[in-house]
Design a protein around this ligand. Structure first.
Ligand SMILES: Nc1ncnc2c1ncn2[C@@H]1O[C@H](COP(=O)(O)OP(=O)(O)OP(=O)(O)O)[C@@H](O)[C@H]1O
Length: 262
């Protein structure tokens, strides 16, 4: 897209024009190497977007820019119409409602499923204070609802350490959901999962779209096909190579070329 459509002004999260994330002309260099090169991309409110691209295409750097871990050299990054993410640090961006799930699960293995979700309640109290504090009805309902969503209700009293790899990943997604994010960035969620777990993860992510936006970075094309109902973005050499439905991008000769050249 050549014409930049975003007209920023300061204020609350405003998605009235459709997008919840605006990345415009973003460039990031590492020692002169452009990891992101004049990249523009828009994510709609409620959209589930898959981000694919060969190794080194810039997918991780893009996630790092959105979450405030990496500062671009140039460009703009807005959350809704008005919130300038480049003026915010990582904790402020997380508090504003953009959260990230890294590839490896990082649950508390010696705590139960329920306790892990309890800890993830937005709180700045310490671990023990949180666990011993009495939950109110709303918080309890929220935990129950999230356990149901991630399919771990019957494992509520099991220690996270004994869960399967897939269940740990779902629990961590549940921990993010406890914070009621507006945007979730999910990095290679199905790596190392069984076929059944991959299918369950697809259903889970599909069930989460709408209420929130989700960006999934994934190399497993079968999985991407199973969740890509709208647009897939293909990154290559730090820029958007193309966007479209899974069929459109898979039949694009430029996409075939960059993957074959990988
Ligand atoms: N901190 C850094 N210092 C130097 N170069 C970096 C740094 N981070 C990333 N790069 C380089 O920037 C390019 C883009 O990397 P990035 O990790 O964003 O790609 P990716 O699409 O996530 O790749 P993969 O699919 O392999 O994870 C790569 O060439 C990488 O080597």
């Amino acid at each position: 897209m050549n014409e930049l459509v975003h007209k920023p002004k300061t204020g609350e999260l405003d998605t009235s024009h459709g997008p919840i994330l605006y990345l415009e002309a973003v460039s990031v260099s590492f020692d002169g190497f452009k990891a992101l090169n004049n990249l523009s991309m828009y994510i709609d409110a409620g959209e589930l977007r898959c981000l694919i691209g060969p190794n080194g295409a810039g997918k991780t750097t893009l996630m790092d820019v959105i979450t405030g871990k990496t500062r671009p050299d140039s460009g703009s990054v807005f959350f809704g119409q008005t919130i300038d993410l480049l003026q915010m640090d990582e904790p402020a961006i997380a508090t504003a409602g953009i959260c990230r799930k890294f590839q490896k699960p990082s649950v508390f293995e010696t705590l139960t499923v329920f306790e892990n979700l309890e800890l993830a309640l937005a709180t700045n109290k310490g671990v023990w204070t949180t666990l011993f504090a009495k939950l109110n009805g709303t918080q309890r309902d929220r935990i129950e609802q999230v356990m149901e969503t991630i399919g771990l209700t019957e494992h509520r009293l099991h220690l996270a350490g004994i869960l399967s790899h897939g269940q740990k990943q779902w629990l961590e997604i549940g921990m993010l959901l406890m914070q009621e994010p507006k945007v979730m960035l999910v990095d290679e969620p199905v790596a190392g999962m069984t076929h059944q777990e991959v299918e369950r993860t697809a259903q889970l992510l599909l069930s989460l779209q709408g209420e929130r936006s989700i960006i999934v970075v994934e190399h497993d094309m079968e999985f991407v096909r199973s969740i890509a109902q709208h647009r897939v973005t293909v990154l290559h050499e730090g820029s958007v190579l193309t966007e479209g439905t899974m069929d459109e991008v898979q039949n694009d000769p430029r996409v075939v070329q960059v993957y074959l050249g990988d």
